[in-house]
Design a protein around this ligand. Structure first.
Ligand code: HDE
Length: 703
């Protein structure tokens, strides 16, 4: 049954797919075209004729190829996959079949995105990432339109245009692109205290993910599950990546933005093409309605998390992404998410941010996709049957038959008729509401700092250093002094020492009054709290040159592959490099077309001549030093260790000896050829699994 649903979605998409292979070029009217390289002219050098219907149609269509990009989250990447619950335990709380029936595999489309940049901006900017999932359930489409950060900048949706205007490029000169490091963003922060918790996350490593496959996702708002008895339970949704949560370092991000602006997109695409399907676990935090007021924050306030130590995240099921789209525009660009796309068993709360989103997402599709029929675009089509009395409008592609287009009717035999809850109709949760009509933020929304402090207190030492550096970088780009000062004043309410460290870096006075830190922490907030044990899909550059140890290189590559890593052989030139021993080694890429920032680790292969060549090559030396500087595992075997020495990354105690030595993420062995020890690959993959060697940060480059 589960397979049937997935097949059905696949068949639906295939039915509308246009495969251009082996077909004749035609006009849109289906007339075959004999020539498309020259316009119809009166004589070889004469004027172009108006009657050239093919040229006019071709150019007119081209003129209209662009549609408005999303006002936020313009840049993204998408993929298809499926979701399946592990078992039925959540059935006590919700009637949503796709969350509670383990025999049902629900097809999904997921779109990841950055927020502030335009469609053509770079992937590795400091920003929140969107994590939007469309579940094509049998009861209709459910969209979980989340982010990789569990809180938001503002509490009420009416502030969203203000916030987005502040973070987007400044209106007079449209600078800077895809960055929060500018005056208007920090002006907004300085004046809007509620931003502070999210700003802490934005300055943290969460805002520079290594991969879409290695980031968490959050529904952010408190939603409501509703069970068969109509009883509600508050819920927060979490996605946890199987590969662990990992980030880049800031210097690396800025370089990747130039070396490969599509870094995160490419990573997702390549992993799926290679069959390394990314996976996440869906988890929920549940809060019984009776406990609505049991917390020291308001569950309706989207600037707050529920600490996992207070309410554990309980696993529900598994998401797998296993198919890339066929056409970026048709699918990833035209997918239309909407927070109000809910199915029976899931309902809203009165979170004022969520309420505004329930208006905005439908409205934005009208302008972006040009009318009210966007749900008919293949990527948006439900697998559930659709029968409405809605008719006509731009881009109507459904040919409705019969005379009925109203309810109630007799002409259509009363169809389509309304269903009851027993026939899977959506019934709104009957929440009681009363109150005066007012414009006022609830008093329960007024604590803007406690959780920002909680986040800061929960960070490990390297994570804290990154936050300080990020604040200094961002505020260092702010040109107006009073904006720097008011930002520092805000930071002072989070943690005095943090504000002092930031103030020092940007040349303003620290806050005069010292606010007391409450001292509480939530260990689950640190990315380093749950280390991963897999090096799967980690990219490793293996540096070689003519004269390389062919046997050792082949063995290193094989051992790394067996452990799930993705080694690539890099040499000063493409083709093959001549081996001093064993077979010649095929080269995957020329060093100068790549960069250490595009890899998770680097190995320098043995071969005295090869190493001499590499040592004289600025690219190779820089490659190693830069990888080291970004705290990546660096390894060498045989004469390869000498290059690590030349690059200045061998500390005392590393290198030498027959065994395998690991010092601060530098893995070395003097053994080479077929004798290259398995332990060399084991230690290197351990280091890759740990992602980065953070202790280097405090200790610097070895003397
Ligand atoms: Fe969005 N947001 N948003 N947002 N959002 C859009 O919808 C909006 C918010 C998020 O891959 C837009 O189709 C308002 C929070 C994602 O297609 C727009 C408010 C969260 C995506 C819109 C918010 C998000 C969007 C732009 C404040 C995390 C990309 C294009 C009330 C929980 C979806 C579009 C995709 C996109 C409005 C706040 C996540 C304009 C008014 C909080 C992942 O409708």
């Amino acid at each position: 049954m589960a397979d049937e649903r997935a097949d059905e979605k696949q068949a639906q998409l295939e039915a509308v797919r246009v495969d251009d292979a082996d077909t004749y070029l035609t006009t849109q009217q289906g007339v075959r075209v004999d020539h498309t390289d020259d316009a119809l002219t009166a004589g070889a050098r004469g004027p172009t004729l108006l009657e050239d219907f093919h040229a006019r149609e071709k150019i007119t269509h081209f003129d209209h190829e662009r549609i408005p990009e999303r006002v936020v989250h313009a840049r993204g990447a998408g993929a298809y996959g499926h979701f399946q619950p592990y078992d039925g335990w959540l059935g006590e709380y919700t009637v949503a079949e796709f969350l509670t029936d383990p025999s049902v595999e629900t097809p999904v489309f997921v779109r990841f995105s950055t927020v502030a940049g335009s469609r053509g901006s770079a992937d590795t900017v400091r920003d929140v990432r969107g994590f939007a999932t469309k579940f094509y359930t049998r009861q209709g489409n459910y969209d979980l339109v989340g982010n990789n950060i569990p809180v938001f900048f503002i509490q009420d949706g009416i502030k969203f245009p203000d916030f987005v205007h502040a973070v987007k490029p400044e209106p007079d000169n449209e600078i800077p692109q895809a960055q929060s490091a500018h005056d208007t963003f920090w002006d907004f922060v300085g004046l809007q205290a509620e931003t502070m918790h999210m700003v802490m996350w934005l300055m943290s490593d969460r805002a520079i993910p290594r991969s879409y496959r290695m980031m968490q996702g959050f529904g952010v708002h408190t939603f409501r599950l509703v069970n068969a008895n109509g009883e509600g339970t508050f819920v927060k949704f979490h996605w946890k990546p199987k590969l662990g949560t990992h980030s880049l370092v800031w210097d690396e991000c800025q370089k990747i933005a130039g070396k490969d602006p599509d870094y995160n997109r490419r990573d997702l695409w390549d992993a799926i093409e290679a069959g390394d399907f990314p996976e996440w676990e869906l988890g929920v935090q549940l809060v019984p309605e009776k406990d609505e007021f049991a917390f020291d924050f308001d569950l309706l306030d989207a600037t707050k998390i529920i600490p996992e130590e207070q309410v554990p995240v309980r696993p529900v099921g598994r998401l797998v992404l296993d198919r890339n789209p066929d056409n970026f525009f048709a699918e990833t660009e035209q997918v239309a998410f909407h927070t109000a796309n809910v199915v029976p068993g899931i309902d809203f709360t009165n979170d004022p941010l969520l309420q505004a989103r329930n208006f905005s997402y439908l409205d934005t599709q009208l302008i972006r996709l040009g009318g009210p029929n966007f749900a008919q675009i293949p990527v948006n089509r439900p697998i559930a049957d659709v029968h409405t009395n809605q008719r006509d409008g731009y881009h109507q592609s459904r040919v409705n038959t019969g005379k009925q287009s109203y309810h109630k009717n007799t002409v259509g035999g009363g169809c389509p008729m309304v269903a009851g809850a027993d026939h899977a109709a959506f019934t709104h949760y009957a929440e009681k509401v009363e109150g005066a009509k007012i414009r006022k933020r609830s008093d329960s929304f007024q604590d803007h700092y406690s959780q920002a402090t909680l986040f800061w207190n929960s960070m490990s030492e390297p994570e804290r250093e990154h936050i300080v550096a990020a604040f200094r970088f961002e505020l260092g780009k702010v040109t107006q002094r009073h904006i720097r000062e008011s930002a520092v004043a805000r930071i002072g309410h989070v943690d005095h020492d943090l504000a002092v460290a930031v103030a020092e870096g940007i040349g303003v006075d620290p806050p005069k009054e010292e606010t007391t830190n409450h001292g509480r922490s939530s260990p689950a907030l640190s990315q380093l709290e749950a280390p991963t044990d897999t090096a799967a899909t980690r990219k490793v550059a293996v540096l070689v040159a003519d004269g390389v140890d062919g046997d050792g290189t082949r063995r290193a590559v094989e051992l790394l592959r067996e452990r799930g890593a993705l080694p690539e052989v890099l040499a000063p030139h493409e083709g093959v490099v001549a081996a001093a021993q064993g077979d010649d080694v095929p080269v995957d890429r020329a060093i100068n077309t790549m960069s250490s920032v595009l890899y998770d680790g680097v190995v320098v292969a043995c071969g005295p001549d090869a190493v001499r060549t590499l040592a004289g090559d600025g690219y190779a030396l820089h490659f190693v030093t830069e990888a080291y500087k970004h705290h990546k595992p660096v390894a060498g075997f045989g004469a390869g260790v000498d290059l690590l020495g030349a690059a200045g990354v061998l500390g005392s105690g590393s290198g030498g000896g027959d065994g395998v030595n690991v010092t601060k993420g530098v893995v070395t062995t003097s053994t080479a050829g077929d004798a290259l020890p398995v332990e060399f690959a084991d230690r290197l993959t351990d280091e890759l699994a740990h992602h980065r060697c953070w202790s280097r940060e405090t200790d610097g480059i070895p003397a």
